[in-house]
Write a protein that binds this ligand. Structure first.
Ligand code: FE2
Length: 181
């Protein structure tokens, strides 16, 4: 949308547009990963985050509207790559390892999203664009909650569904990357 960024507000608008691209790309990735996930717990976490991500998308749109700016996506290589990462890694893994990959990708993605919203809030404050702060803060808090949830699942060595899988969590966890490929 922007051919040239000329003012600090342009930069903020562009960053807001990349956040919109990020949320939409993540929504697409979640749609696919829900079908890849193996355990009920991971699938439920993905489905819950899908609903939250729809709210994040709406909140970014609300931020544009709060400024009476046109809602516009801006391309973001980082956001699109991060959204793709889980899917591409999952496709390389043996089935019992897929949920670990999904949770790892989710943790990395949440950290990225948190950084995006922290930066947007900081920029909005510096530019006195106060109207956009509430929807952006709502997203930041929601992403932090999602990070906590997936981190808990991952730190438990998830997923209970391994109990019924062909190889157990122990054999999965001791396989070195070199040996596994
Ligand atoms: Fe999000």
């Amino acid at each position: 949308m922007f051919e040239k960024l000329r003012t600090p507000e342009d930069v903020f608008g562009w960053q807001l547009g990349t956040a919109l691209t990020m949320e939409r790309a993540i929504l697409g990735a979640l749609n696919e990963l829900v079908h890849e996930s193996r355990s009920e717990e991971v699938r439920e976490a993905l489905l819950a985050h899908k609903e939250e991500t729809r709210e994040h998308e709406a909140n970014v749109e609300a931020a544009f509207q709060a400024l009476n700016w046109e809602i516009a996506e801006e391309s973001s290589d980082a956001a699109e790559a991060i959204a793709k990462q889980g899917k591409s890694e999952a496709s390389k893994a043996e089935p019992p390892l897929i949920d670990r990959i999904i949770l790892g990708a989710a943790i990395e993605t949440e950290h990225y999203e948190i950084a995006v919203y922290e930066n947007l809030i900081l920029q909005a404050r510096a530019l006195s664009l106060d109207a956009v702060i509430p929807p952006l803060k709502a997203n930041l808090e929601s992403e932090r909650g999602a990070l906590e949830k997936v981190s808990k699942l991952a730190s438990r060595g998830v997923p209970p569904a391994f109990a019924g899988a062909e190889s157990g969590p122990e054999s999965a966890s001791v396989t070195s990357p070199a040996g596994g490929r």
